[in-house]
Design a protein around this ligand. Structure first.
Ligand code: F1P
Length: 346
């Protein structure tokens, strides 16, 4: 987080971070549609961007798995802007999607972490996430950096299009600047998260739930657990629980619910009540000082209060730490999980 934000939020932060996009920004502004493509964690970052760009920049956004997009004969127009996200910049499916979009005349933009990677070289323009070297195979800080960059793009686009209230824009920029400090506060809760991991690491399944901007965070939390500790985990939009996953709930199932005090709070609390009524074990990610959920959930992890649109940047941190501690307790290699490669080049 430090690396991503260092010195970049002073003055007009977006001119500095998004410098590589300035030439294509008029095209982004004129786009009839933005298509955002990635794999795995990068796809989850794309989903958050969809929510944000549609809410604030009022532009239609589609999110696609690169592995589907490249094969499914999608409709691509020359006035589409296609944003490709990849930590490594070498993921084969993402590069194939890039080539397809380019062939159809769309403007192609890359967001990646590795300077000089194929994605960086072959896109029309792009942004480096500068998240430092990702040592572990499972993407973690790259996710935070991708979401940061996408948030900046969404806000800049909204500002230029005049679709965001100037006061809300200012408030969101401030919120973004406060993320590193709030992130540090969450990291200080590491020991507490470790103790929660000790309670649940023998579970064979886990469910992750979130709503709105925190639905993709639930997906990402589940993916991290799967990737590094080999526990079967599913992420769901909390409102979907009653359409299937609720059948899984019993006293053996840990359910991680991302439940800060936002507009969805009441609905999420009622989801938690439904889980508790079926004897599920709830680990809730809550806003600091939320005494109500402390009573209701089995365990809570507190995060500082934030604007809902930047909440993914904070709420993903305890989920990454939870997966990390569970993996260590199970004796897994957190940096080199079995069957996974840092760059999926085939
Ligand atoms: C995509 C990805 C990662 C995942 C793992 C396998 O990589 O699915 O999100 O954690 O490392 O590859 P990338 O295209 O973002 O480099």
């Amino acid at each position: 987080i430090e690396e991503t934000f260092r010195g970049r939020l002073k003055s007009d932060y977006s001119e500095i971070v998004l410098g590589g996009l300035m030439n294509v920004f008029p095209k982004i502004e004129a786009a009839q549609r933005i298509i955002i493509i990635g794999c795995g964690t990068s796809w989850h970052a794309a989903l958050i961007a969809e929510y944000m760009m549609e809410e604030y920049a009022r532009v239609p956004v589609e999110v696609e798995y690169a592995s589907e997009f490249r094969y499914r004969k999608p409709v691509i127009n020359s006035n589409d802007v296609v944003i490709l996200i990849s930590q490594s910049g070498e993921t084969a499916d993402t590069l194939a999607a890039l080539h397809l979009a380019k062939e159809k005349g769309a403007t192609v933009i890359g967001i990646c972490n590795v300077v000089g990677s194929t994605l960086a070289r072959e896109t029309d323009a792009g942004v480096y996430t500068h998240a430092g070297v990702e040592i572990g195979v499972a993407s973690t800080k790259a996710f935070t950096a991708q979401v940061t960059v996408l948030t900046m793009i969404a806000l800049k686009l909204a500002r230029r299009k005049g679709t965001i209230d100037p006061e809300e824009y200012k408030a969101l920029v401030k919120e973004l600047a406060a993320i590193p400090e709030k992130g540090r506060a969450i990291l200080e809760g590491n020991e507490h998260i470790k103790r929660i991991a000790e309670k649940y690491y023998e579970a064979v399944n886990a469910l992750y739930l979130g709503r709105g901007y925190l639905f993709p965070v639930a997906l990402e939390g589940a993916l991290k657990l799967k990737e590094i500790s080999y526990v079967h985990a599913e992420g769901y939009a909390a409102g979907e629980m009653k359409h299937g996953p609720i059948a899984l709930v019993d006293d053996n199932l840990p359910v991680v619910v991302v439940a800060p005090q936002d507009d969805y709070y009441e609905k999420v609390v009622s989801n938690i009540q439904e889980i508790k009524a079926r004897k599920g074990n709830v680990i809730a990610i809550v806003t600091e000082g939320d005494t109500g959920l402390k009573e209701l959930a089995n365990d809570v992890i507190e995060i500082p209060k934030s604007h809902p649109a930047v909440a993914p940047l904070l709420s993903v941190i305890p989920l990454q730490l939870l997966a990390y501690h569970i993996a260590l307790l199970k004796g897994c290699n957190v940096d080199q999980p079995r069957n996974l490669a840092k760059s999926v080049t085939v």
